[in-house]
Design a protein around this ligand. Structure first.
Ligand SMILES: [Fe+2]
Length: 430
């Protein structure tokens, strides 16, 4: 579909922004996840180093655990907690030692940390022989890192486990997070910078495409005008009927909020509705008096001839509902199918109103133009029989204004109006 330079730039910007957002979300999400993993690793590293301070203070083997051993471990843990409480970045507030059978030997809880002790007990823990296990909890507005660390003697013999609740200070946490987030920010900047660099390159590469596209649109619209005009010349010696009828149909369509796609099909159909008349013999097409039944039968074939003409061109194919349905009537008494009500395509029902209105209010070699009131009276007579009643009511609201406009317009001005409106309809593509 042809596009304007402005439309193209808008679409290009939209797509680039959308593309960069998707890449940012995917890549940024991955980098952020990776950063958070690193923040975790840093926190766990600190806790592990702290926990390993306990190991040298424990007996090499617990052996028989009696009250004396328990008391000595408890008192060691209490002094460990107190000593390390001065650490600026964070410290343990709960410490507990387990033997190799995962039985608790002794614990120590700093004053004020009893509720945290309960909360982490309830959350549960795991023991791993090889690595630090941890879980993060937000308790009473504080980030608590719950860890279990396997303990080993200097000789590398397993001793048991240290379990603790570590409080990381917020400034320390922010520092770690910030250093990680810096790489996320760099990724985002890189993606947006690439997008900004790509835009002018792509816009410039596409300039030729836009020009060709616009030329193609002009050529297609010119074909519409030429084909419609050729038939109109043969029929009535003027193209004005085609211009006015198309403008009227467009106004009705706008008033009912017709979709863009149907609107474009309506315009094509309006230009080409009688294109099949090229196949009707002059003796019938130009006969001044009434047609005989046989002549009328031939005249009606302009609909099928019209469908045949447009069927050879993809770009014209969506004019078919109007070309094929513009002589159908709402009560089923029209031709060629005798289609009824909503079986007649909406754009054909719109067009039928515009077509009859223009025929009644225009001067022809064999008749003079009817005044607006008389023309509308005839059309109201056809409400529900010839015309879709809902569409006719919409049209009746627009008719006085349309009549004033078209009565005072020269053909040249009509052509200008129509070209502008038509081009706008075809370039405003989604
Ligand atoms: Fe016709």
């Amino acid at each position: 579909m042809p596009v304007t330079g402005h439309y193209f730039k808008r679409t290009l910007v939209k797509r680039l922004v959308f593309g960069s957002l998707v890449v940012t979300l995917l890549l940024g999400g991955f980098v952020l996840w990776d950063d958070l993993e690193r923040v975790d690793d840093a926190i766990i590293g600190v806790t592990q180093v702290e926990a390993e301070q306990v190991s040298p203070r424990l007996p090499v083997e617990f052996g028989a655990i009696d009250d004396q051993v328990r008391n000595s471990v408890r008192s060691m843990l209490a002094s460990f907690l107190t000593e390390r409480a001065q650490q600026a970045d964070g410290h343990f507030i709960i410490a507990e030692i387990y033997d190799l059978d995962q039985h608790s030997i002794a614990d120590s809880v700093m004053p004020g940390a009893e509720s945290i002790d309960k909360a982490i007990d309830a959350a549960g823990h795991r023991f791993s022989h090889r690595r630090v296990w941890y879980a993060k909890h937000l308790i009473d507005g504080q980030l608590v890192i719950h860890v279990t660390v396997p303990l080993f003697t200097k000789a590398g013999t397993a001793q048991g486990w240290f379990e603790g609740a570590f409080i990381q200070s917020w400034p320390a946490l922010a520092r770690i997070a910030l250093s990680g987030l810096r790489s996320s920010a760099l990724v985002l900047i890189a993606i947006f910078a690439t997008t900004a660099l790509l835009y002018p390159v792509m816009a410039s590469l596409s300039a030729g495409l836009i020009q060709r596209s616009q030329a193609l649109l002009d050529a297609n619209l010119g074909t519409l005008e030429a084909l419609g005009g050729a038939v109109a010349k043969r029929d009535s010696d003027t193209s004005s009927h085609n211009y006015r009828v198309t403008l009227t149909a467009m106004r009705i369509a706008k008033a009912i909020g017709l979709s863009d796609q149907s609107f474009r099909a309506l315009i094509k159909g309006a230009f080409l509705h009688d294109v099949g008349k090229v196949a009707i013999p002059d003796a019938i097409l130009l006969k001044p008096g009434r047609l005989t039944p046989d002549e009328f039968t031939v005249m009606k074939t302009h609909v099928s001839h019209g469908l045949d003409v447009i069927s050879h061109q993809d770009w014209l194919a969506d004019a078919a509902p109007v070309v094929g349905g513009h002589h159908e009537k709402f009560d089923g008494s029209g031709y060629p199918r005798g289609a009824k009500g909503e079986d007649i395509p909406l754009i054909a029902r719109i067009f039928a109103i515009a077509d009859v209105f223009d025929a009644l209010t225009s001067q022809r070699p064999y008749k003079s133009a009817l005044p607006l009131e008389e023309a509308l009276a005839i059309m109201i007579d056809g409400r529900g029989s010839h015309f879709d009643p809902v569409l006719l009511d919409v049209f009746l609201g627009l008719a006085p204004q349309l009549h004033v406009e078209s009565a005072n317009r020269e053909e040249v001005a009509l052509v200008d109006d129509l070209r502008m409106a038509t081009k706008a309809a075809f370039v405003e593509t989604v």
